[in-house]
Design a protein around this ligand. Structure first.
Ligand code: THU
Length: 158
């Protein structure tokens, strides 16, 4: 049996102040999106255990697969600049041609894999806030987004 617990929050006043702040940072990050091909901006903000917030946005490229999602831009920046500092939370927002999406977007499979590995090395579950205009989906453990996930070969062979 696999059960996934998550909150669906439509009343944003139920969010904590630090969560609202993190969401604002993700929205600000949309400004840095380079998405001339999809015209779909994604922003992500990562709160670290040392209270540092790092942000990222999707960066596309004329050689399409060379682009990178907002989540991984932010997470790799955090990994590169604050190695070993566990993550407390990540917020994700998106904006299409009509502005912020009504519904939250959910990270792609490759981003989930990366989200999970940073959780594993941080040895602490972290909160994921997927944010739309009408609601926030809140999940408290990155592993819930990727059941039966791949673990690196060294760990799996133990
Ligand atoms: N994208 C993200 O940045 N994050 C997601 O979770 C889903 C998709 C980007 C990739 C591409 O630049 C654009 O959104 C359209 O797919």
């Amino acid at each position: 049996m696999l059960t996934i617990h998550y909150d669906e929050i439509t009343d944003f006043s139920q969010l904590e102040d630090w969560e609202l702040d993190l969401i604002e940072k993700a929205k600000e990050a949309l400004k840095g999106s380079y998405s001339p091909y999809s015209h779909f901006k994604v922003g992500a903000s990562v709160l670290l255990e040392n209270n540092q917030i790092v942000t990222g946005s999707n960066q596309e490229n004329g050689a399409y697969p060379s682009g990178l999602c907002a989540e991984r831009v932010a997470l790799f920046y955090a990994g590169a600049n604050f190695p070993g500092v566990p993550i407390r939370a990540i917020a994700i927002v998106a904006s299409g041609e009509d502005g912020l999406t009504q519904n939250p977007i959910s990270p792609c499979g490759a981003c989930r894999q990366v989200m999970l590995e940073y959780q594993t090395i941080g040895a602490k579950p972290y909160r994921i806030l997927m944010v739309g205009k009408s609601k926030v989906i809140r999940i408290d453990d990155a592993s819930l987004l990727l059941p039966f996930s791949f673990t690196n070969v060294r760990d799996a062979s133990k």
